[in-house]
Write a protein that binds this ligand. Structure first.
Ligand code: UDX
Length: 445
């Protein structure tokens, strides 16, 4: 058993609450500080500001050990202060660190040695800058550690408590060890590094995950041209233990709050340091084009989209979240509207009315597909697995499904009377065979 410590958390956002809740679950005392009074009041009342599976239970179960506050002075009791504030991109593509600097301004005045730990994703070099800022303020007794999060939405509590690895970068070995000890009850390899390397591990991990997806999406696009099936290809390739099967699903592209931001941040960081990161430029461009390929697939069947009714099914950037940040649905929906299509959207939880003005958001799946010339699966919600039903076919003006996540079985869907287009899957038995001439037969006499 590790020793129980008092942990302060700057920011009651998604990362902050998962971090605070899970450290409390591990037996530590936690003080979460946020600047928004309504948020603190809601948390005190046991209400969640967003949906994340298991988090509410974790916070409720450990209520005795967690305190929420607006007052940064209350963090004076903490041994360790986790910085879990937002770092959104600026106009230059760099990360906006103003919330980090505000956290620094709010550091409690105390003589005891505290450790400031960066959980938020930041550009490489931030640790050096924070160290310099601490020195300039005479806060030499505050230590600094980088301990990036690797949490995926919808799975964050499990990712925290059962991580693939824990990365701890420190200027001072003892500080790194103190942070490592907080995780003593977790069974995972700990990677001890210098600060810059810890910062880089986070950016490189997200960049490589995005690269894998853009790679399999390009393979899918070639599969369509040569008559191969990307689902079979990905399975066959992914069984190579050097490559692995994860993050290898072709689709309409990656989205979410992290990938776009972090891949761009790494590309800019390289650029600012004088290096042109060509591969990442391609990874980003492939992803942008991938979202737009849906339009061409629709046009193949429907011709010009002006006046056609298209059902966009699934809006969230992935299932089991209502998060619309960088969601492919927004690009697909906006492109359809720009082509003059009538767009009807449906999602079990996400609400895109503010972002897709001109589209009709429907409350049921059946309502969205009624009168539609095509239905596009954008997010692989479980509710969409039964899309190829008799009821849906009867409701649509034309039975055309564009499956942007390869969620449905092509054979079953066609047998149910739909025209079907997936991503990287043969679009019909004959259409995509390459046009190679039949070999001439020599008839021996
Ligand atoms: C991601 C990382 O997984 C996490 O480690 C990091 O800390 C933050 O970014 P998240 O954004 O929550 O987490 O979503 P994730 O489940 O990783 O999916 C990202 C996007 O990639 C989604 O739009 C998803 O649909 C897409 N994706 C994922 C694919 O298109 N194909 C795949 O094979 C996997």
């Amino acid at each position: 058993m590790g020793e129980s410590r008092t942990i302060g958390v700057f920011g009651a956002g998604w990362v902050g609450l998962v971090t605070g809740g899970c450290f409390a679950e591990l037996g530590h005392r936690v003080i979460v500080r946020d600047v928004v009074p309504e948020r603190v009041a809601a948390l005190e009342a046991g209400l969640m500001p967003f949906h994340e599976p298991e988090l509410q239970e974790v916070l409720a179960r450990n209520r005795e050990r967690i305190r929420y506050t607006l007052d940064a002075h209350e963090l004076a009791d903490a041994d360790v202060l986790f910085v879990c504030v937002q770092t959104p991109p600026t106009y230059s593509g760099d990360a906006d660190l103003s919330f980090v600097w505000t956290a620094l301004d709010d550091l409690p005045r105390t003589e005891r040695r505290q450790l400031l730990v960066m959980k938020s994703t930041v550009p490489v070099g931030t640790g050096e800058k924070v160290r310099a800022a601490l020195e300039a303020r005479g806060l030499t007794h505050v230590g600094y550690v980088s301990n990036p999060e690797f949490l995926a939405e919808g799975n964050a509590v499990r990712d925290f408590l059962h991580p693939d690895r824990i990365v701890v970068g420190a200027f001072d070995e003892r500080d790194g060890t103190a942070i490592e000890e907080l995780y003593a009850n977790i069974d995972a390899p700990v990677v001890r590094t210098d600060i810059a390397s810890a910062e880089m591990i986070k950016l490189a991990a997200n960049a490589f995950l995005s690269t894998r997806i853009s790679f399999i999406n390009e393979i899918a696009n070639v599969c369509e041209l040569v008559g191969a099936d990307v689902e079979q290809v990905a399975k066959g390739v992914g069984l190579d233990h050097r490559l692995g099967p994860h993050f290898f699903r072709a689709g309409v592209g990656w989205g979410g709050s992290c990938f776009g931001k972090d891949v761009s941040a790494l590309k800019q960081l390289a650029g600012n340091s004088g290096y042109h990161f060509q591969l990442l430029a391609a990874v980003i461009e492939v992803n942008e084009l991938q979202k737009r390929r849906v339009i061409a697939k629709l046009e193949k069947h429907l011709g010009r989209l002006r006046g056609k009714t298209i059902a966009v099914l699934g809006l969230a950037f992935k299932p089991n979240t209502d998060d619309l940040r960088d969601a492919p649905s927004l690009v697909i929906g906006s492109r359809l509207l720009a082509e003059g299509a009538l767009v009807r959207t449906w999602d079990p939880v996400a609400d895109a009315r503010d972002r897709l003005r001109g589209a009709t958001q429907c409350s049921t799946l059946l309502e969205a597909v009624t009168g539609a010339d095509a239905a596009v699966v954008v997010t692989e919600w479980d509710d969409l697995r039964g899309l190829a039903s008799e009821e849906v076919r009867a409701a649509m003006a034309r039975p055309l499904i564009i499956d942007g996540r390869n969620l449905l079985d092509p054979g079953e869907t066609r047998r149910a009377g739909f025209a079907y287009e997936g991503i990287g899957r043969p679009s019909s038995q004959f259409e995509t065979l390459p046009e190679t001439a039949e070999p001439e037969r020599k008839v021996s006499s």
